[in-house]
Design a protein around this ligand. Sequence first.
Ligand SMILES: N[C@@H](CCC(=O)N[C@@H](CS)C(=O)NCC(=O)O)C(=O)O
Length: 211
Amino acid sequence: MTDDIVFYTNPMSRGRIVRWMLEEIGRPYETRVVEYGPAMKSAEYLAINPMGKVPAIRHGEIVVTEAAAICAYLADAFPEAELAPPPGDRLRGPYYRWLFFGAGPIEAAASNKALGFEVPPDRRAMVGYGSLEDVLNTLEGALTGREYLVGDRFTAADLYVGSQLWWGMQFGTLQKRPVFETYVERIKARPAAKRANALDDALMPAPGAQG
Ligand SMILES: N[C@@H](CCC(=O)N[C@@H](CS)C(=O)NCC(=O)O)C(=O)O
């Protein structure tokens, strides 16, 4: 059995998060760009991700979808990259906490904000993220006076949550706050983040190339 890594992505997608993770891991991988539309909903790609969405990876025979899950999987599969506290370490708790906070509350709150949907105040109790304001305040509290979300080193939780802040602030769906800006500047200066962006930028269609 081969343990090759195949990366299914599109440069205009959450695949950028996984690209960054793969660059942090530093193992060779094959990139397969999946175009939006029919290719992403083809039988061939639905066999990888029945949601018809990118990103996804195949590592040997193992398929993983969901950007946060892929980050968590790669961190554990390649522990030498030191992107997660090892299983059993007490920092595993906060590590899970922030990864899942990213995949749940931040992701949902940012998507709803982008769609212009606001949770009516009297329905906040039944919505997992309550309000976008609560999510941002919680994150701001976690990052105030700290360099990273977990312990004193960069982990996959920073990569995932930081990517959401990075892109969210860039596209105007998440409010810029000084703590967030300092944090994002810190993590996006990582060589792997720069390499990942350059690789995805190079895959972007040339202006005017799309009909
Ligand atoms: N929950 C998924 C979301 C993936 C997702 O929505 N991907 C978008 C691009 S960012 C996509 O592939 N959209 C194409 C489609 O749904 O047709 C994750 O976190 O990976």
